[in-house]
Every structure is written in structure tokens, then in C-alpha cells.
Ligand binder design. Sequence first.
Ligand code: A3P
Length: 330
Amino acid sequence: MSNAPGTTEEDAEYKKICENHKHLIETLPKCNGWWTPHLHNYNGFWLTPDILKANLLLHTYFKSHPTDIFLASFMKSGTTWLKALVFSTLNRDSYTFSDHYLHKHNPHSAFSPLDAETYPITDFTNSLTPRLFSTHFARTMLPACMSSCKFVYVCRDPKDVLISLWHFMNKIRSKDLPPLSLDKAFELFCLGVSDYGPFWEQVLSYWRASLEYPDKILFLKYEDMKNEPEVVVRKLAAFVGKPVTVEEEEKGVVREIVKLCSFENMSNLEVNKEGFEKFGRLVNIEKRVFFRKGVIGDWKNYLSKEMKERVDGITAQKFKGSGLIFTATG
Ligand code: A3P
């Protein structure tokens, strides 16, 4: 981060920026939120007012380092799992699999969330190298300075994202709001109105960037991570510049990483069952809500044939010609 605020001049500048943000937010289209009363549409994407402010602050204050690694995803696409995989792959020389950082810490704690920044914006200069950040912002909503950094992105079948999101949002939704019905959530999701949505445009923003800069953006799918986790770990290792060696293969390191980060292992660790995880200074979420079923195709237990066809139709239409294909899950 630059311009570590704190001086009177910087505070005055910040107050001016806030005034501008406030005016801007007032002019933006508004719609029903999933866990907050409202979402605002900014540059084509729906964000809560606090997250929108965080985005504006990023553009003003964030300075990337070329070694930074960003983990990006649409909400409920496997972020927690990928954080565990990236962290344990990158730091496989620093821990043993019998006494690991992830036995005592939730995977989210290893990444600084860009979307929850408040003023004075965190100074990350003391963070380890590479610095690890996470975000749900579309690629097109991030500062240009990040284009020299590496991104790992995970996407997931939108039908599973929708169901996972609906469960999650009802758990974290403000108690002042009535429960969000599946019908309402479905309608909003299809219209593209959900935090960081539309889903399809957010995914495409990373997909297109990954085609243009394949050495900078590794585009992964939850379904591939489930079906071939070892292949994904090898890809991750190569991408972060630490390819798996023959010796590591012989020692079964890849298998150990997959086992450590598996849903069965992660969701049963005491550290992930109890307490809250803090995202920036504003958001506190119960750790256990990041683990629900962890399977492919749970949407079948919730969506009618018509609902499935509507989501698949939107997906086919939006992704047409992009080269991005989701393997049908039923
Ligand atoms: P479900 O609600 O379908 O079970 P995110 O981490 O992006 O918030 O995504 C949460 C989804 O990933 C949830 O999906 C959760 O259960 C699943 N998940 C969490 N950890 C996982 C793991 N280690 N392996 C597979 N899925 C996992």
C-alpha cells in the first residue's frame, strides 16, 4: 500500500475522497441485497456499499509488487479450498504434514482480503513474500497495477454456486431482514443481481484475461479440482514457480497436500468448526459456514427442471464463442 495515511493532509485528502465516493454511490442503480439491504451497480457489477467503498479505496491506495499472488473467485466457487491448496503448495518446505499451519488456522487467514479494506488502509509491507491476496472483484474492476502479478482463479458450475450462495447468505444475512427464499435468490441470480455479479460476466472477465495472459492467470474449475486434485496441485506448483520435483513425487508430497486440503479433513478440524474469521475490519464470519457439503451437483436437490434449463440457457448464451465450457453435471 502507498501513502500510509495518518498525517493531517492525508486525512483531509481521504475525507475528500469519501465525499466523492458518497456522491458517486448515491447516483448508482440500486437493487435488493442478499445479506445486506442493498446492492449498487458499479461499472456493471453489483456490490454492497462497503465493498464498493473498498474497491474505490483500492484504486486510490493499492500498490502491487510483481511477486504478489492474487486468488480470485466468484463467491462460493471453492475459494476456501483453493486458498488451502495454494498456501500449502507454495509453503510445502516450511511445514510438515503432521504439524501444519492449516491444522491451526483457517485457510482464509493466510490471505489478505482486498474487498474488505477500510481506512486507514492496511500496510502490507511487513507481509511475507510473496504477499497473498484474495478478491471476488471482476478482473476489470481491479487496478491496472495488478496486471504484472499472478492470479489463480476458480470458477464453478453456476447452479452449484447459486445453491451454495443461497445457503451461505441465509446464514450470514442480517437478522433484521426476512429470510431469502430460494425462488427470490434464483430470480436475482438469473438477473445477475448478487454480490460481485453478474456471475457470468465476473467469470468471463478472468477467462478472457487468462487467454490473453496465460502465464499470469491460471484459470481453474472446482469440478476439475474435485475430479483430479493431484493434477491441479501440480499445475499450481508450476504456476507459482515451484514445480513438483521427482523427489517430491516419490515422497508423495502431492498426495499429502490433497489430503490435507480435502473437504473431509478441513471441515473436521477443530479450528474450522469453532469461532469466527475476520475479513478486514468490517466483516466477521463463522468459520464453519465455509464448509457445507463440498460436492458437485447438489443443485439437483433444489432446482426444478425449468430452473436448471433457465440457468443452463443463460450460461450457454453468455459463454457462447468464449471457448469456456462447463461439463454438464446432470
Ligand atoms: P457447498 O455449499 O456446495 O458445500 P467458498 O470457499 O468460495 O466460499 O465456497 C464454499 C463452497 O466450497 C461450499 O460448497 C463448501 O462446502 C465448499 N468447500 C469448502 N472447502 C472445501 C474443500 N476442502 N473441498 C471441496 N469443497 C469445499
